[in-house]
Design a protein around this ligand. Structure first.
Ligand SMILES: C[S@@+](CC[C@H](N)C(=O)[O-])C[C@H]1O[C@@H](n2cnc3c(N)ncnc32)[C@H](O)[C@@H]1O
Length: 270
């Protein structure tokens, strides 16, 4: 890939929702690369953590199988960002709803759905970078997918029920995660699947400490986020399995975030 210098590549910051990092050009660009970048575009070092690539694809392929779902299944991707996992769910579901709080992310996902792709800027060094294109994944029917802006803590009442609900890296970005968890029994069909993935990066900027589901010292009930999830999801859901899912977010050519999310798979009680 050529190393290009662009005029004003990464400078303008969205004024859509001041203070929300997910409305900035920087994160729109980083997430388009994270979701749609080819291996060589994200990580040109073959000795790098290649097993952490394609996380939004693996959140679906490693956690949901066709055997889990009946014909005509509906899927919900809460905190869908720029939409890759929603498109992957559409390989298994006839209808997928992707919901995100960021207007910019939803606009990007919708552009990829309707136009088949979107150009974006990959930062390489300083203010220089490379123009790339995020494309609708091959073999996905875009008509199966719908994106909308919404709040996972205050979802509209008429969403209906889903055979599979994915919440990828969302829970530790919510102001009040319990408000989202409380709605889930209503959203997941009896016998349906809930997939929660997260690196459990609790930060006061997003979630007041009193609302953290885990990682709270001196409080035995909230040291471990998986136990925190269990205390809110059972008995409506039973934990079926957990998996470690590494992921890699590229900030620039020589700076990456390598993280390991825990995926927990929950079955809605019948
Ligand atoms: C860490 S990103 C993860 C995105 C995506 N699922 C992934 O794995 O790449 C967190 C996402 O949650 C979204 N988000 C934050 N608060 C939200 C809320 N209240 N309702 C819906 N989405 C929210 C952000 O806009 C962002 O897209």
């Amino acid at each position: 890939m050529a190393f290009a210098t662009l005029g004003t590549p990464n400078a303008p910051i969205s004024t859509g929702a001041p203070g929300n990092p997910y409305e900035t050009d920087k994160l729109v660009n980083e997430y388009l690369l994270f979701h749609y970048g080819a291996a060589g575009e994200v990580l040109p070092y073959e000795w790098g953590p290649v097993g952490a690539l394609d996380y939004p694809v693996r959140c679906v392929s490693e956690c949901v199988t066709a055997a889990d779902l009946p014909p005509g299944a509906r899927g919900l991707d809460l905190g869908c960002a720029v939409g890759r996992s929603s498109f992957e769910l559409a390989r298994l579901c006839v209808e997928v709803v992707g919901i995100d709080y960021s207007h910019r992310f939803v606009e990007a996902a919708e552009q990829i759905r309707t136009a088949g792709g979107m150009d974006y800027f990959r930062l390489d060094e300083g203010e220089c970078g490379t123009q790339l294109r995020a494309s609708l994944p091959a073999g996905v029917d875009p008509e199966r997918v719908r994106f909308e802006q919404g709040d996972a803590m205050a979802l509209r009442g008429d969403l209906g029920r889903f055979e599979v609900v994915l919440m990828a890296n969302l829970i530790d970005r919510l102001r009040e995660p319990v408000r989202c968890l409380e709605r889930l029994p209503d959203l997941v069909q009896p016998g349906g699947l809930l997939v929660v993935t997260s690196p459990y990066t609790w930060m006061q900027e997003y979630t007041a400490r009193k609302n953290w589901l885990g990682g709270v010292a001196g409080d035995g009930s909230r040291q471990n986020t998986l136990d925190g999830l269990r205390s809110h999801l059972e008995p409506a859901f039973q934990l079926e399995a957990t998996r470690d899912l590494p992921f890699l977010i590229r900030e620039h050519a020589r700076k990456y975030q390598w993280s390991v999310a825990q995926a927990s798979l929950w079955r809605r009680s019948r």
